[in-house]
Design a protein around this ligand. Structure first.
Ligand SMILES: Nc1nc2c(c(=O)[nH]1)N[C@@H](CN(C=O)c1ccc(C(=O)N[C@@H](CCC(=O)O)C(=O)O)cc1)CN2
Length: 286
């Protein structure tokens, strides 16, 4: 049976480090790291994530400012709000919860955020810096995945990693981080032929395809490490249940280590968001 990489426990450790850094910033520089969270529309999952982000920020002693906007919000209104937050000296991090309602242009919104306050790490300048191996604000989910991977592989050098999925939020930055850690990286996606055998050769599989239980036991090399980024809500006997992109029960029999869903990558995403906010606050001091 695989070792379980416990995202809840690990995220609590990260959050403790965040709380200590918040204390230091307050005591030494009279700065309260503050996160502004922008939610547009009524998406129920987004509402849960935003609530949890604000709750965790408060628990870590950080400031938080919430902007909840109606679905009918225009691009102009949203851009104006971001411009205000960009210039507000109390705000160190800006997060616009995705997905946005379909009439809004996500790329335009992300590009409007001051890169120094872009705690999601989605701004083209931060994306470029990551690709070039330069210091930057790194997207939260892949950053969390790397912390989890390091629990099992303190040295990732030379490992063969397959990332299943090529999204801007997870797949692409994940591949960049693995490459920075000297892994041999393959990105697989919906047009890739014979993904199964690519994965069977991998020491590390990161499943971020957005398809529930796509990765099955026969995709996995015995002893491999499996990171499940998927969060898919299903109904079992009338009750809501979350499953990942990995068929957990079967894969756990074969893998060496695996992350659960829930309680894996999700809590790490929020912890890394707050870590980025303290980093942004410290950077802005200079
Ligand atoms: N601006 C952003 N939008 C989105 C991001 C992001 O990083 N930045 N990622 C996802 C959603 N997300 C964070 O926003 C996120 C998803 C899931 C979790 C989480 O803790 N999940 C729990 C289960 C929660 C539940 O019961 O539904 C778990 O996996 O244990 C945190 C953050 C898309 N949008």
């Amino acid at each position: 049976m695989a070792q379980l990489i416990d995202g809840k426990q690990l995220s609590n450790q990260v959050l403790q480090e965040v709380a200590s850094e918040v204390e230091r910033l307050k005591a030494e520089h009279d700065v309260e790291p503050t996160l502004a969270v922008v939610l547009v529309g009524e998406d129920p999952a987004s509402q849960v994530y935003v609530r949890n982000k604000v709750k965790r920020a408060k628990e870590a002693g950080m400031g938080s400012i919430e902007h909840r906007l109606g679905t009918e919000t225009t691009q102009g209104d949203l851009n104006q709000l971001i411009e205000r937050l960009n210039h507000d000296p109390r705000v160190h991090g800006i997060l616009v919860q995705l997905p946005l309602p379909s009439h809004l242009d996500e790329e335009e919104v992300i590009a409007a955020i001051n890169p120094a306050k872009d705690v999601d790490g989605f701004h083209p300048l931060n994306v470029g810096a990551l690709a070039a191996g330069q210091a930057s604000l790194v997207p939260c989910t892949p950053q969390g995945c790397m912390i989890m991977l390091r629990q099992v592989h303190p040295d990732l050098s030379g490992k063969h990693a397959v990332v299943v999925g090529r999204s801007n939020i997870v797949g692409k930055p994940m591949a960049a981080l693995l490459l920075q850690a000297n892994c041999t990286v393959t990105i697989a996606h919906s047009r890739t032929q014979d993904i199964e055998s690519l994965c069977r050769n991998a020491d590390i599989v990161v499943a971020a395809a957005g398809r529930r239980e796509l990765v099955d036991a026969d995709w996995i090399k015995p002893g491999a490490t499996v990171i499940d980024v998927g969060i898919n809500a299903i109904e079992v006997e009338g009750k809501r249940k979350l499953v990942g992109d990995v068929a957990f029960e079967a894969v756990a029999e074969k893998a060496g280590a695996i992350t659960p869903v829930p309680g894996g990558v999700g809590p790490m995403t929020i912890a890394c968001l707050l870590l980025n906010t303290t980093r942004a606050a410290r950077h802005q001091l200079a």
